[in-house]
Design a protein around this ligand. Structure first.
Ligand SMILES: [Zn+2]
Length: 111
């Protein structure tokens, strides 16, 4: 059984990891703004990918922040829909999960 303090550390570590990555993406985008854009077609395409990763990271960061709030108010690990405990294995995979596997409508292949 993973206790919430341990889970909190896991989430905070993940947030920190995302923060580092986001900073790196900002650096790349800043560099391109300073260069001659007419000759930077390939780099611009790369930036699109980087920006996409950035958006996904921001989204995950928001979920993780929400999970930290739920830890603080004691609702973490409880399904927001049916009130059942969310399985440890599910939280290992998705630390910010707020629905149990059943309510999240997981794929039928999952047992
Ligand atoms: Zn549920």
């Amino acid at each position: 059984m993973t206790d919430t303090a341990q889970r909190k550390r896991q989430i905070e570590a993940r947030l920190q990891e995302l923060g580092v990555r986001l900073q790196r993406i900002e650096d790349v985008l800043d560099d391109t703004e300073l260069s001659d854009l007419e000759d930077q077609t390939i780099e611009w395409e790369d930036d699109e990918v980087q920006a996409g990763i950035g958006r996904a990271s921001l989204r995950e960061a928001r979920f993780l922040t929400g999970a930290l709030k739920r830890i603080a108010n004691g609702t973490y690990g409880t399904c927001m829909s049916c009130g059942e405990q969310i399985a440890e294995e599910r939280l290992d995979l998705i630390p910010y999960a707020n629905l149990c596997r059943h309510c999240a409508g997981a794929s039928p292949s999952e047992t």
